[in-house]
Design a binder for this molecule. Structure first.
Ligand code: GDP
Length: 150
């Protein structure tokens, strides 16, 4: 592969993540504040949509957690109201976004993080952030076609 193409591929792998603003935060009027924090954190929005998962689509998205005890609660919560799905770009996107959102349990999330500011509980925790470059690509393509990423 030409070095320029190889560099481009490498950048694709490390500079994008996928997020959802979860039903608790869309329902509580926090969409605007969370997007403002994301943009202030240095992320660029590459794709975005406001949608509502069904139990079936939420179950498919979280299939990796199927064996976990909280799977049914997670699927029912994630299909309980609308969500905002987005692909975000920044150097070191996956790790930096997880720093910006804070720990899964908002009670343990660092001060100033999105979950500390806007989340109420470990299940209603305001935002999703991909945990790896591979999952960011899989999750982004779950919601967006190539024509919807700009
Ligand atoms: P994340 O990567 O920080 O989102 O955390 P995980 O991948 O471990 O879990 C996925 C999602 O499942 C979390 O964001 C929570 O919404 C939910 N979750 C995780 N642990 C629990 C739990 O103990 N109980 C419930 N009800 N939900 C949980």
């Amino acid at each position: 592969m030409h070095p320029i193409l190889s560099k481009a591929k490498e950048n694709m792998a490390t500079n994008r993540t996928f997020t959802m603003i979860k039903p608790d935060a869309t329902g509580n009027g926090h969409i605007g504040s969370i997007l403002a924090d994301i943009i202030a954190g240095g992320f660029t929005i590459k794709a975005m949509k406001y949608t509502h998962l069904t139990a079936e689509t939420a179950g498919a998205f979280y299939a990796v957690h199927k064996e976990r005890p909280f799977y049914n609660d997670l699927v029912s919560f994630m299909s309980s109201g609308p969500i905002v799905a987005a692909i975000l770009e920044k150097d070191n996107a996956v790790a930096d976004f997880r720093t910006l959102i804070g720990a899964t349990n908002p009670a343990e999330a660092a001060e100033g993080t999105i979950r500390a500011k806007y989340a109420k509980s470990i299940d209603a925790n305001a935002v999703h952030g991909s945990d790896s470059d591979d999952n960011a690509a899989i999750e982004g393509s779950f919601f967006f076609s190539a024509l919807e990423v700009h």
